[in-house]
Design a protein around this ligand. Structure first.
Ligand SMILES: [Zn+2]
Length: 336
């Protein structure tokens, strides 16, 4: 899509701003991946990067940058006003495919990485709720004609336009329904998310979700991943709800529980954190500060600067792009 004039101006301004700032201030680039897995027909959030593409990304990064552990990026970038750019690789949520597909490639290229665990999901044998929701709504050839669902206090109804009723023009398509349910569920406690997924699966006549929907790692898999020495874990809250929209007490509990659980699984307390959905407030920062965390990542799309607050370091999502596209994207937006 070609950006409109206002958006194009904004892009050009931030590009020029970064270019000027890069010349005078230490900086680094934190990359955010989620899944490394074979391509899937159901990936509405663009979470999947294919293993072949990821291997190519690592090759490009090794050639153009120094890949450093996330923990050492702030110190390293301060010393690297000139010379090879520094990059840190991160993965969010704790998908099993990080162990199966990403780790061997990271080890092969000696690239360190941090995997942020949504700890309430580790060891569960179902896909993350958002993946399950996408599979239930977007994968089937057909869905029932109507949906009448209660999520907490909210009643949600839907008429399937694919069943060609006279109401067709007034009904929303599956993508819109998917989005509406995702919004309604993202703040709900996990028992409600679980119950809703069970109900939706029964409604659609499906079981838990196919293998390719991905699943969280087990405790044993997390341990195997960190034993390699190539990957470390960071915390990504417990239930994966957007923290800024929760009460301060709830935010505190999310941060503490995820750190405790990480420590229980891998035997050390992480010193890095990533805010689920990039959502944080003053209360979140206060909770993170009380936990003695050294560094936390947001999802603000920018370079991490020497002057960036260490508890809100910008981070950039990587798409499932070929080597050539990935290199162009890096050179154009992010590298000197
Ligand atoms: Zn996440």
């Amino acid at each position: 899509m070609i950006p409109g004039p206002a958006r194009a101006t904004q892009v050009a301004r931030s590009w020029l701003g970064r270019k000027a700032r890069r010349a005078r201030e230490g900086h680094g680039l934190i990359l955010m991946y989620h899944r490394i897995a074979p391509p899937s027909s159901v990936d509405p959030w663009n979470l999947i990067v294919e293993p072949d593409h990821f291997r190519d990304h690592l090759e490009v990064l090794r050639r153009l940058t120094d890949v450093v552990p996330l923990e050492s990026l702030p110190g390293t970038m301060r010393r690297r006003k000139e010379g090879q750019p520094v990059v840190a690789i991160t993965f969010d949520d704790g998908y099993q495919d990080n162990l199966e597909f990403a780790l061997p490639l990271l080890e092969n290229d000696e690239c360190p990485a941090t995997v942020f665990l949504a700890t309430g999901w580790i060891g569960r044998d179902v896909p993350f709720w958002w993946d399950r929701l996408a599979w239930i709504l977007l994968a089937p050839d057909e869905l029932p004609e109507t949906l009448d669902l209660r999520i907490g206090e909210t009643r949600l109804t839907w008429s399937n336009p694919e069943s060609s009723t006279p109401r067709e023009a007034a009904t929303e398509d599956r993508e819109a329904l998917h989005r509406r349910l995702w919004v309604a569920l993202r703040l709900q406690p996990d028992p409600i998310q679980d119950a809703t997924m069970e109900e939706l699966a029964r409604w659609a006549g499906l079981d838990a979700g196919p293998e390719e929907a991905g699943r969280p790692m087990s405790e044993d898999e997390v341990q195997r991943m960190v034993e390699s020495g190539t990957a470390r874990v960071g915390a990504h809250a417990h239930t994966h709800r957007p923290l800024a929209e929760l009460s301060p007490a709830c935010q505190e509990s999310e941060v503490q529980r995820s750190l405790d659980r990480c420590e229980q699984i891998v035997g050390y307390r992480p010193d890095t954190f990533a805010y689920p959905h990039g959502s944080f407030s003053h209360a979140t920062i206060a909770a993170v500060m009380r936990s003695d965390l050294a560094l936390a990542c947001s999802s603000e799309k920018d370079l991490a600067w020497a002057a960036s607050p260490p508890l809100a370091l910008p981070r950039v999502a990587v798409m499932n792009s070929s080597a050539a596209t990935f290199e162009r994207w890096l050179r154009w937006y992010w590298l000197p």
